[in-house]
Design a protein around this ligand. Structure first.
Ligand code: HEC
Ligand code: HEC
Length: 331
């Protein structure tokens, strides 16, 4: 070899050594102290910095994150573990594997479950809550609670919220609805918003776009046979409008700099949730019907408003009427 070549080899190996020693240093660094960040400033932990779990427990959390980010690869129609879901990923609706502030994250779960939920009229564990999303949002079946996959997803979700104080809800977790309108949300107006701001990714028929290997979506479906069913959280306008206002068009907006006005968010929610989708038997939901959320689109109700008004609003009169009902009860 010529002299110059030896010099290059020498320099490159030196650089490589330097990089490796950096990596090893990082891996051996003393455990990063995680600040006790509760509301309002909570941010999700990072797997690289947070060494609160080690060994098998850490492996389980890492597998859980993978399942939540790439659900379809493991559990979709061609899933490598089981074919029990519709091809969507949990991450489609829980952004950045459920760690994004205002992206429907899991920050509040570890601190608040098990908890009583009116939808089932029972105390729900994290397992029950994950099962709900599998049966509704992923329009599929749940997994055995002892399966490695379920254990991993639960371990991961609990890890995401492990620095959150018991019974507190960090700001920016879950979904926050936009300001209520004084009118009903309009599917017609929403269709104009959809064509202008959503269709380029989600498709003219809300069908989304499958990736080249056909195993998962590059852009997930918003309606039709492969989307969430009528029992899913997003089928309620407040959930859809809140999620979309804070996060869509994807990667172009933030909670503080949204791409839609509140009106546009409600209207596009009304449009998308008026398109056809799979139905779920909801006869066992809300055993106490007076506890149905104002925007639950299926009667019967105790407040005298129609299904249409519950679905599309205006919601303020419903909120007022419920307050008055409450007052009468307490008198
Ligand atoms: C189509 C969208 C969608 C998909 C896909 C989805 N979810 Fe959800 N999920 C929601 C919505 C909406 C809520 C309710 C959020 C709210 O009301 O603040 C929710 C709530 C949850 C909660 C409770 C959060 C809390 O703070 O109480 C958990 C846990 C959860 N989902 C787990 C999962 C898992 C695990 C998967 C994948 C197996 C999944 N979800 C897939 C939409 C979805
Ligand atoms: C630039 C492409 C793009 C545009 C434009 C866009 N989205 Fe999305 N949307 C995505 C991607 C990608 C995801 C999934 C994100 C992930 O998995 O990390 C998503 C997820 C969603 C979801 C949750 C998953 C599902 O399929 O139900 C909803 C609801 C949604 N988008 C609605 C909208 C609406 C309404 C608009 C228009 C206001 C819109 N999006 C505009 C790319 C886009």
């Amino acid at each position: 070899m010529q002299k110059q070549n030896w010099i290059i080899v020498f320099i490159v190996s030196g650089l490589l050594l330097l990089i490796f020693s950096e990596i090893i240093d990082a891996a051996n660094a003393p455990e990063q102290k995680i600040p006790e960040l509760n509301q309002p400033g909570w941010t999700a932990p990072s797997l690289y910095l947070d060494r609160s779990l080690e060994g098998k427990e850490r492996q389980l959390v890492i597998y859980g994150e993978e399942l939540i980010a790439n659900t379809s690869k493991y559990l979709g129609p061609n899933g490598s573990v089981a074919a029990v879901t519709n091809g969507m990923n949990c991450q489609n609706c829980h952004l950045n594997a459920g760690r994004k502030t205002w992206g429907n994250n899991y920050g509040a779960v570890a601190a608040n479950y098990p908890k009583f939920r009116d939808r089932s009229g029972s105390i729900e564990t994290v397992y029950k809550r994950v099962s709900d999303c599998m049966e509704r949002s992923l329009n599929g079946k749940t997994l055995d609670s002892n399966s490695r996959e379920m254990q991993a997803m639960i371990a991961y979700i609990k890890w995401v919220g492990h620095t959150v104080e018991k019974d507190s809800i960090p700001k920016g977790s879950g979904i926050q609805p936009p300001q209520y309108l004084d009118r009903a949300a309009s599917p017609d107006k929403g269709s104009i918003v959809y064509n202008a701001k959503c269709q380029s990714c989600h498709g003219a028929n809300g069908e989304g776009l499958l990736s080249a290997d056909g195993k998962s979506y590059t852009y997930p479906p918003l309606w039709g046979p492969n989307s969430y069913n009528s029992g899913a959280g997003l089928f309620r306008l407040s959930r859809f409008a809140g999620y979309v206002r804070d996060n869509m068009p994807f990667n172009q907006v933030t909670h503080d700099a949204p791409g839609l006005t509140d009106e546009e968010a409600w209207d596009v929610a009304a449009f998308v949730n008026s398109r056809p989708r799979q139905n779920k038997d909801l006869s066992r939901d809300w055993p106490n019907i007076s506890k149905k959320p104002i925007d639950h689109p299926f009667g019967p109700y105790t407040d005298g408003f129609t299904e249409t008004q519950h679905k599309f609003g205006p919601y303020k009169p419903i909120i007022e009427a419920r307050k008055n009902q409450q007052k009468q009860k307490t008198v």
